[in-house]
Ligand binder design. Structure first.
Ligand SMILES: NC(=O)c1ccc[n+]([C@@H]2O[C@H](COP(=O)([O-])OP(=O)(O)OC[C@H]3O[C@@H](n4cnc5c(N)ncnc54)[C@H](O)[C@@H]3O)[C@@H](O)[C@H]2O)c1
Length: 248
């Protein structure tokens, strides 16, 4: 049967979600893309990259009804979901004393509540079928406390994603469902909305052992590994994709 990946945050043109959609399309997966915008374009590209079936929905991962509708429609349109990639996320460099409650809640709503809601909508099907791979996007920021772009709220939300990942991995024990996280350092995408200068990017590249920033496809490749049979013995793990910038 054709495997299916459901990707949140897959709409962004230079983002990790779109790179993941295209990589899985090339692997022959059916691809469902959920995002506030751009999902249809990514699904179209995935189809042209070789995906046998695609689905796109405008979905706000912070809204339970929006998530329920999109997941239901994806499940009706495509073969059963085998891989869930929770990639939707937002960041902000606001210093702690200037973070408003609204901004705090917004970061947590997308990064933590979104991961919770989408996973809760998809998990029953994975459990019922006795097979699933859940991959959550955390960040090196959640491990070492920021220092790249995102500030304390972002760091706290990405640490929460690690706790959620480990706890859910335990709850899924013996059910054929693994739950893992990826913790990238700076990836050259548009998540900073242009706020990262070229000088700062060069500085960050110099802090890595590999000598460059990550590409979105560096991360997509690790999502593919976590979905592969070779990763069957990994669950509750955090895979660092940081070019050696944070060794621990
Ligand atoms: N770029 C980096 O340096 C970096 C580093 C570590 C972790 N990450 C994480 O990787 C993930 C992807 O980041 P990216 O760099 O590709 O960013 P991006 O901004 O290119 O993509 C994020 C996507 O999430 C979508 N999104 C935001 N809010 C949403 C919502 N409420 N509902 C649905 N979709 C929503 C956006 O529309 C966008 O398409 C994020 O979780 C981010 O925190 C990124």
């Amino acid at each position: 049967m054709t495997p299916t990946i459901l990707i949140t945050g897959g709409g962004s043109a230079r983002g990790i979600g779109r790179a993941t959609a295209l990589r899985f399309a090339r692997l022959g997966y059916a691809v469902a893309v959920l995002d506030l915008e751009g999902a249809g374009e990514t699904a179209g590209l995935a189809g042209r990259a070789g995906s046998p079936a695609t689905f796109a929905a405008r979905c706000d991962v912070t809204e339970q009804a929006s998530v329920a509708d999109a997941v239901r429609a994806a499940e009706a349109a495509l073969p059963p979901v085998t891989v869930l990639a929770n990639i939707a996320g937002i960041s902000s460099p606001t210093r702690f004393e200037n973070i408003t409650l609204d901004e705090w809640e917004r970061i947590f709503a997308v990064n933590v509540r979104g991961t919770f809601l989408v996973t809760q909508a998809v998990l029953p099907g994975l459990r019922a079928r006795g097979y699933g791979r859940i991959v959550n996007l955390s960040s090196v920021s959640g491990q070492r406390g920021g220092g790249v772009f995102g500030a304390s709220h972002y760091s706290a939300s990405k640490a929460a994603v690690l706790g959620l990942t480990r706890s859910l991995a335990r709850e899924c024990a013996g059910q054929g469902v693994t739950v893992n996280a990826i913790a990238p350092s700076m990836v050259d995408t548009d998540i900073t909305h242009g706020a990262m200068t070229e000088d700062r990017k060069a500085e960050l590249a110099a802090t890595t052992l590999v000598g460059r920033l990550a590409t979105a496809d560096d991360v997509a490749g690790v999502v593919a590994f976590l979905a592969s049979p070779e990763a069957a013995y990994l669950t509750g793990a955090t895979i660092d994709v940081n070019g050696g910038s944070h060794l621990h």
